[in-house]
Design a protein around this ligand. Structure first.
Ligand code: ADP
Ligand code: TRP
Length: 321
């Protein structure tokens, strides 16, 4: 099965991104033909300045490689290194009714939040359709907010196919339901915008401990049994544990022998340990950035080859010389 995911690079990654998006994606590469790209043309729609866009794009590449994208299994590239997609984007625009784009939730939400709309923001779903259709993608793993974009892609492809023949594969979305919302240090959804995130790559164990110490828990005095249900430390720690380890942790909570401080220390150890290999790889890639560029170039070359073939068929079908 051919699976495509696009990564919007928007700064430092946190534990919520790791469990909610990165890990599930990386697991897919074991069984499927995975294509993954840094969606920097998409990021341009909300980019503040050149330096930030550049930095976020390369940081995302380093971080995703560090947590386990295997360039020997997965085609991994920077979107702007395979610009053929922009040609398809224009062609697909002709098969995209204005009403379809006007109904897009993500566009409407952004406008409602006061972001002044430009054409790129408005036509963002057409570029996403081009990403997906170019590669004959069968499955697109997405968060709930992106389902509509995959549905729009199907509408656009159907319209094209009806007029010009079966050129495009209709993609399905895949929502990983079992990934619950990861809580932040205040118990709300962890998000970089809420100042409640635990960053994935903290520089030192000490800094990570400091952040874990900020997790809000109830104020049961030391010596009394603690409630693990609904406890933010427990909920975060549970992400790293199997069932029997969770049982053990629950027993520690109810024993009354340990306080929240102990569990904050335990959580820090779990996080630090889970990411030890990723940290080493990240250290490596950051000091061998040329290798990151080489991996991205190799991916882009493959995608451009597939894209050129596809564009040949598309242009032929619609009569572009
Ligand atoms: P943020 O809310 O920090 O801005 P993004 O919107 O950039 O995060 O999310 C990137 C990816 O990480 C998305 O696929 C999203 O579903 C996932 N993700 C982000 N925060 C969480 C969370 N708290 N729990 C689960 N998944 C999350
Ligand atoms: N729109 C997606 C997001 O915001 C990123 C994206 C761009 C994408 N093109 C894609 C995802 C193609 C899957 C397939 O997260």
């Amino acid at each position: 099965m051919r699976v495509l995911t696009g990564i919007q690079a928007s700064g430092k990654l946190h534990i919520g991104n790791y469990f909610g998006a990165m890990k599930p994606m990386i697991e897919l590469q074991e069984e499927h033909e995975l294509f993954t790209f840094i969606a920097n043309y998409h990021s341009l729609t909300t980019s503040k300045d050149a330096a930030t866009l550049r930095q976020y794009s390369i940081d995302a590449a380093v971080d995703y490689l560090s947590v386990g994208i295997d360039p020997n299994k997965t085609t991994f590239w920077m979107q702007s290194h395979s610009p053929e997609v922009l040609e398809l984007y224009w062609i697909l625009s002709k098969f995209t009714p204005m009403g379809l784009l006007e109904r897009a939730h993500s566009y409407k939400d952004k406008v409602a939040r006061g972001i002044s709309a430009n054409h790129a923001l408005f036509s963002y779903p057409v570029l996403m359709a081009a990403d997906i259709l170019m590669l004959d993608t069968q499955t697109v793993p997405v968060g709930k907010d992106q389902i509509q974009h995959v549905e729009m892609t199907r509408d656009i492809a159907t319209k094209f196919n009806n007029e010009y023949g079966e050129i495009f594969t209709l993609p399905e979305h895949l929502v990983q339901e079992e990934v619950a919302t990861i809580p932040g240090i205040d118990g709300q959804k962890m998000s970089k915008s809420y100042d409640n995130a635990i960053d994935l790559f903290m520089e030192t164990e000490k800094k990570l401990q400091k952040r874990c110490n900020k997790i809000i828990s109830s104020s049961t005095p030391l010596g009394e049994p603690l409630k693990w249900e609904g406890d933010n430390i427990y909920n975060l720690a549970a992400l790293f544990l199997d069932n029997s380890q969770k049982q053990e942790l629950r027993a520690r909570y109810t024993s009354g022998k340990e306080g929240y401080g102990h569990f904050k220390k335990y959580l820090k150890e779990l996080i630090w340990e889970e990411l030890s290999e990723a940290r080493e790889k990240r250290e490596y890639y950051l000091t061998h950035i040329d290798e990151v560029h080489d991996i991205l170039a190799m991916g882009a070359k493959k995608v451009s080859e597939i894209s050129k073939q596809k564009m040949g068929k598309v242009k032929d079908a619609i009569g572009l010389l």
